[in-house]
Ligand binder design. Structure first.
Ligand code: ATP
Length: 355
């Protein structure tokens, strides 16, 4: 199926609903064929952003360009986009074939039957649905149904795919499987895909670029690796990772950041209020007498390949992964240290921005 992937550009796009600012002056530059994820907690403005690309909402300010064409005020039907929603509602009385073919029959300019058959055949083949074309939705699995919804988007040969939490109705195992399938489909189609989720794991595995949003603003935009290793601020540091980055707040005195249960060597200037960030996998157990982080183990969680400790440090609970086989127990005192000095990220205490 020939796709002409298109770029999507936001120029200072804002959306207000009365007094509510859903999206604040966002600039975006999605290249043709990219997989871009809008990631953030509930209410951060990601669906509104997607809906503006679809044409379901119009911006209050700014311009949206698809493939270089200003579509800011065009209706959805004139944008060559296809949208897949969380609730993909297939028609229960129609076969898989007819469900996929539906957009081609329903459109004002109907597609001729031979071409329609060819497009459904190609979409079904790309999605591994060929043997299921005669079945009804209730006769296939949840993951297969999700693929039918994707097929329904594909037959329109859109220039941009918009996906709004399309996997969130699936159980955990299926979600992980569909995630890999979606990545594979994206690579084979070479299509531009813009994906909305609040699940950071999904965003990390699928995306070329992640746009982290909160409160209608873009907090940071970059590759999953960049965002994970070099978060621009404490919001991104905490939001990415399972669990997120541990943050230790304190004040610098004598070359050491001192806080409750924390004494971390630093090059920051005397008297500075700062936050040290260390990922759970970058902490190692150390002699409690001399460790830069001292705490008491709250819980010990066996995860199969490693153990997750929740540790109370000065009243805040932090997380640390430790190897299996080392005996730790709840209520024990423990010392922790960063595995290397460059594993510590530094943030300003007042703004939360990376230093
Ligand atoms: P979720 O993950 O819960 O869907 P989201 O990140 O997609 O959240 P949006 O749906 O884009 O968030 O909403 C952003 C903000 O705009 C929220 O504060 C929401 O209440 C508000 N909002 C969205 N649509 C409208 C509307 N039609 N009228 C008024 N406020 C709205």
């Amino acid at each position: 199926m020939v796709q002409t992937a298109q770029s999507v550009v936001f120029e200072g796009v804002a959306k207000r609903f009365g007094a509510v600012t859903a999206v604040e002056r966002v600039d975006l530059d999605v290249k043709p064929g990219q997989f871009v994820t809008l990631l953030g907690p509930s209410g951060c403005g990601k669906s509104t952003t997607l809906n503006m690309i679809a044409g379901l909402e119009w911006p209050t300010e700014g311009r949206i360009l698809i493939g270089g064409r200003d579509v800011t005020h065009l209706p959805p039907s004139e944008r060559d986009i296809a949208m897949v929603f969380q609730s993909y509602a297939l028609y229960p009385h129609l076969s898989v074939f007819e469900n996929i073919a539906f957009p081609l029959r329903a459109r004002r300019r109907r597609t001729a039957e031979p071409e329609l058959r060819e497009r459904v055949r190609q979409a079904a083949s790309a999605l591994g649905l060929t043997p299921l074309l005669d079945r009804l939705p209730r006769e296939i699995s949840g993951g297969q149904r999700q693929r039918v919804a994707l097929g329904r988007a594909m037959v329109r040969i859109p220039t941009v795919y918009l996906l709004d939490e399309p996997l969130s109705n699936l159980d955990q195992q299926l979600r992980v499987q569909m995630r890999s399938e979606l990545k594979d489909i994206h690579q084979r189609l070479g299509a531009t895909m813009i994906y909305v989720t609040h699940d950071q794991g999904e965003a990390m595995t699928l995306s070329d670029t992640i746009v982290v949003m909160s409160g209608g603003r873009v907090e940071q935009l970059g590759s999953p690796r960049d965002l994970y290793d070099r978060p621009a601020n404490v919001f991104v540091a905490r939001f990415l990772g399972e669990p997120g980055m541990n943050l230790f707040e304190g004040k610098v005195s004598g070359g050491v950041l001192r806080g409750d249960g924390v004494a971390m060597p630093t090059v920051l200037g005397e008297g500075r209020a700062a936050i040290a960030g260390v990922r759970p996998e970058d902490l190692i157990a150390a002699d409690p007498a001399r460790a830069p982080i001292k705490g008491v183990i709250r819980t010990v969680e066996f995860l199969g390949s490693r153990t997750l400790l929740r540790v109370d440090v000065g009243g805040a609970v932090i997380a640390a992964f430790v190897p299996l086989g080392v005996p730790f127990a709840a209520r024990e005192a423990i010392g922790l240290a960063p595995s290397a000095a460059d594993k510590v990220r530094w943030f300003a205490a007042d703004t939360g921005m990376a230093l």
